[in-house]
Design a binder for this molecule. Structure first.
Ligand SMILES: C[S@@+](CC[C@H](N)C(=O)[O-])C[C@H]1O[C@@H](n2cnc3c(N)ncnc32)[C@H](O)[C@@H]1O
Length: 227
């Protein structure tokens, strides 16, 4: 038998984790999956896979404004990797929302310069109406939650409700999922109805080392402003 190189072994571990995640459909199954994955999600998956998704979303988000006055919402925040990046960029009022209490517990332990990264962590199912207040957020970001079996375009309506006028969005959407659910037509309709403005899609890699031809290794980051 040929011995795998460390890089091949990490890619195999990533593919196995993703196979399981992509086969998981709906809120209850996701709650169960992430309950068991939470303790090793960062030390295992994020590290082994060379995940750069959160960094790519934060770059697109921070390039989209010169000043942001108001809180940022991290959608499907998981263990808080986006929050960590936002804190490094000097943003300090960040809330996270996620269905998994175990993933949120990891995010709650995240600190930057000795202070918790997140102001507030909210447990909620984003496939339906949440308790987020109307117009509360000046920024909305997401990596890894608009993907197979998790969130579709309709969740963006709920996020727009919770966004203040002009709020900046940077939502990472798995490229295969983007196509399957017609995110471009869905967002284009909101743009022509005046619910969003300045719509752009940025194609970015999800991992440091990606297969050019595999849409599951690429994200289309939808950058726009709430109308
Ligand atoms: C692949 S992880 C992404 C986590 C983090 N944003 C990242 O980039 O590492 C997907 C996250 O979506 C959350 N999730 C799954 N279904 C959800 C739902 N219906 N509502 C809210 N969050 C959900 C999971 O608990 C998990 O933390």
């Amino acid at each position: 038998m040929t011995k795998q190189t460390p890089a091949q072994s990490d890619a195999r571990k990533r593919d196995l984790a993703l196979e399981k995640a992509y086969a998981t459909k709906g809120p209850e199954a996701n709650r169960e999956l992430y309950a068991s994955w939470a303790p090793t999600y960062e030390s295992g998956f994020i590290v082994d896979s060379g995940y750069v998704y959160h960094q790519e979303v934060v770059k697109v988000f921070c390039d989209s404004f010169s000043e942001l006055s108001g809180p940022v919402l991290d959608v499907g925040c998981g263990t808080g990797v986006i929050g960590g990046e936002l804190a490094k960029m000097g943003l300090s009022v960040i809330d996270g929302i996620d269905i998994s209490p175990e993933m949120l517990a990891e995010a709650a332990a995240k600190t930057h310069n000795g202070r918790p990264v997140y102001r507030k962590l909210i447990e909620a199912d984003l496939t339906g109406r949440t308790e987020l207040a109307d117009g509360a957020y000046a920024g909305v970001v997401s990596s890894g939650a608009f993907t197979h079996g998790i969130l579709g375009p309709e969740t963006i309506s709920e996020l727009l409700r919770a966004a203040s006028p002009g709020a900046r969005f940077a939502l990472g959407i798995n490229s295969a999922h983007f196509k399957e659910f017609g995110f471009d037509q869905w967002l284009d309709k909101r743009r022509s109805d005046g619910h969003i403005a300045d719509l752009e899609f940025k194609l970015r890699p999800i991992y440091g080392d990606v297969d050019e031809d595999d849409p599951n290794q690429w994200t289309r980051i939808a950058a726009f402003a709430a109308g």
